[in-house]
Design a protein around this ligand. Structure first.
Ligand SMILES: C[S@@+](CC[C@H](N)C(=O)[O-])C[C@H]1O[C@@H](n2cnc3c(N)ncnc32)[C@H](O)[C@@H]1O
Length: 283
């Protein structure tokens, strides 16, 4: 039996995102936390957005001038401006939160190539009309309760052969409350510890720890096999997979070498590209 780690090491967390101990009493979802999220992400994104997530999304998407692209779970619209700057013909942002859609409109609404839809992306709707060349879903798969319903609509929104890019918290290494850093003093390595992985979990996340505001969202952990199978069942064939690592580097000090190695060994995010199959069979 190995000795317990003597020095627990915690990774830098996104400010304000901490696992909560019990489910929120009232409404889940992102509308109640929209003001907080809009401020956190701002005009150009959190540092993870700017340094890792958006560059990978755009590289994998390779948006082409004149294309019609839909950003599913667009939030306050952090991806919309880069898509417009890439010269796409039409960008649609869809999200369930009216307040986040209002924030996106306030930031970008004057642009005539933009359209917005407020809708639950798990519910079939007129928007899923097979008319888009490409779709994105950034940092939201784990915020949606039903991945099969999400991916089915993601497939239906695309033209046959259309492409999708999804970037999400890495389901194998980033599970709120269940994944942690630890320090092995004998081997002098920072290791990643997983307390649970294989069971789907709905994990409350409180957005203002310490403030007792009661504002929470739910993080829906799903094992990788469940997500990949849901994509296939929905008519989306995975064409590429990238694992994205943190750009952050620790301060110089006795643990920096081990922390640097750990940051290069354990990815933060999973990026997938997929193509819509010609014939859809999903629900
Ligand atoms: C972490 S935010 C990500 C937003 C944006 N893509 C970004 O990177 O900043 C997750 C988003 O998913 C949206 N969302 C969660 N469940 C949804 C659903 N069923 N239908 C539509 N949007 C949903 C939330 O409203 C929220 O805007």
């Amino acid at each position: 039996m190995p000795p317990p780690p003597r020095r627990p090491v915690h990774p830098p967390r996104k400010p304000g995102l901490h696992a909560a101990s019990k489910p929120p009493p009232g409404e889940h979802g992102w509308d109640p936390v929209a003001t907080w999220y809009d401020k956190l992400v701002g005009e150009s994104g959190s540092d993870y957005h700017r340094q890792v997530i958006l560059p990978a999304t755009l590289r994998l998407l390779a948006p082409q001038p004149g294309e019609s692209i839909i950003d599913v779970c667009c939030g306050q619209g952090v991806l919309l401006k880069p898509l417009l700057e890439a010269g796409v013909g039409q960008v649609t942002g869809i999200d369930a939160s009216p307040r986040l859609i209002a924030a996106a409109k306030a930031r970008h609404g004057a642009e005539r190539r933009l359209a917005f839809i407020t809708a639950d992306v798990c519910v079939p709707g007129a928007w899923a009309d097979g008319s888009h060349d490409a779709a994105t879903c950034v940092m939201a798969v784990h915020d949606v309760a039903d991945p099969v319903a999400l991916f089915s609509n993601l497939a239906r929104v695309l033209k046959p052969g259309g492409r999708a890019v999804l970037v999400l918290m890495h389901p194998c290494f980033r599970i709120p409350r269940q994944s942690h850093w630890g320090w092995d003093a004998d081997q002098k390595i920072q290791y990643r510890r997983l307390d649970a992985y294989g069971s789907p979990q709905d994990i409350p996340i409180t957005t203002h720890p310490g403030k007792n505001s009661g504002e929470q969202t739910l993080f829906h952990h799903r094992p990788l096999a469940e997500l990949l199978t849901a994509l296939g069942k929905s008519g989306l064939a995975v064409t590429a997979c990238e694992e994205l690592y943190s750009h952050r580097r620790s301060q110089a000090g006795p643990f920096s070498k081990a922390e640097h190695r750990a940051a290069q060994e354990f990815p933060l995010f999973l990026a997938l590209t997929a193509r819509r199959l010609q014939a859809l069979t999903g629900k």
